[in-house]
Write a protein that binds this ligand. Structure first.
Ligand code: ZN
Length: 346
């Protein structure tokens, strides 16, 4: 049985955004790691701990918000190990057969981005777990219960000896929380990336078909141009659907696109695309289709009109901006979100 490393990181933010090139794609650096804390678990038992403070080389100035949350000082991070050395040390301590877990999904993308930026193998670790998912699978949340680490620690009555937002303290609290569930069973039944997307795209209350997913893209905009992704098959006869006249795709949040496509024989179907970027570097896309009844068609027509209206207003605002050569007026305009499917038309 491989052991589980429960880890937590603190990372520094920049006062200005920083992008980097990942195989030809411009990525946003989410943060630069300044502290790693970790706990080695064997089964339900805590076996070892790890802690390192790292000296950043990109975001060198400690952001005041990070300082406030973590209690770290500029002096402390300046005295930290060089980031590449610290990351190597962490990996060595984890051991080659380790699997990693964190409370949530925020740290792994930062870790992988940082590994890449210091020239280390960002494909490590190959497997990691969102321990919130592992925990809630066995202890489902009750109405109104939150998932913040401190909230859960309070709920379970775990003694609070250390302050939160210290990497090792948070990893240790996470380990103590995980002792309340069967860790091994949780890891064995954990939904992989594809299963997680499927759960989002095909919830039990929707009649969605033909789930398919495509992993490993560095370009997050692939779904806007890739015909394989955009051309679905009819949920009834399986023949390729044709885009409707406008070939328009609307977005719902930043990770969902949908459109309506037509089967000559069976009429329109809604096509849903989703994307996820769990490691901060690679995207997985997925698709499902759903027969479009009268309500869905009317809703789509309504949303299409609203999108056209938004585009028109945006063009006008941009034209006005060009005319008076002044400050941008269109920036920050809140986009009206389409209502969820199944919502009764007003
Ligand atoms: Zn058909």
């Amino acid at each position: 049985m491989s052991h589980l490393i429960i880890f937590d990181m603190e990372w520094n933010m920049g006062y200005a955004p920083k992008t980097f090139d990942y195989h030809g794609i411009e990525e946003n650096l989410r943060g630069e790691v300044i502290q790693i804390g970790a706990v080695k678990m064997e089964g339900q038992e805590i076996r070892d701990t790890f802690r390192v403070t790292l000296r950043p080389r990109i975001f060198r100035k400690l952001h005041h918000r990070v300082a406030k949350v973590t209690g770290l000082t500029q002096k402390e991070i300046n005295a930290g190990l060089p980031i590449s050395e610290g990351l190597r040390k962490f990996r060595a301590w984890c051991g080659e057969d380790a699997v990693l877990g964190e409370w949530g999904q925020d740290d792994m993308p930062v870790l992988k981005q940082n590994l890449f930026l210091v020239g280390q193998d960002e494909s490590w670790p190959g497997k990691w777990y969102d321990l919130q998912k592992v925990y809630t699978a066995q202890r489902p949340l009750k109405e109104g219960e939150g998932m913040a680490l401190e909230t859960v620690v309070d709920r379970l009555g775990i003694e609070k000896e250390d302050s939160f937002h210290d990497a090792l303290a948070d990893a240790m609290y996470t380990a103590k929380v995980m002792q309340f569930v069967d860790i091994q069973k949780g890891l064995e039944t954990y939904p992989d990336d594809e299963a997680q997307l499927k759960a989002l795209l095909c919830p039990p209350d929707k009649d969605r078909h033909d789930f398919i997913s495509w992993p490993g893209f560095v370009d997050g905009e692939t779904w806007r141009t890739d015909n394989t992704m955009r051309t679905a098959n009819c949920p009834e006869c399986g023949r390729p659907l044709k885009p409707d006249s406008a070939d328009l795709w609307l977005s719902k949040g930043k990770n969902c696109l949908y459109s309506i496509e037509i089967c000559r024989q069976h009429g329109p179907a809604m096509v849903w695309l989703r994307r996820s970027q769990l490691d901060g570097l690679h995207y997985r896309f997925a698709r499902a289709t759903e027969k479009a009844d009268k309500t869905a068609q009317a809703k789509w027509d309504h949303e299409k009109k609203a999108a056209a209206e938004r585009a028109r207003r945006k063009r006008e605002a941009e034209a006005a901006e060009r005319q008076n050569g002044g400050r941008p007026q269109s920036a920050g305009r809140p986009q009206q979100k389409p209502r969820p499917m199944g919502h009764k038309m007003g």
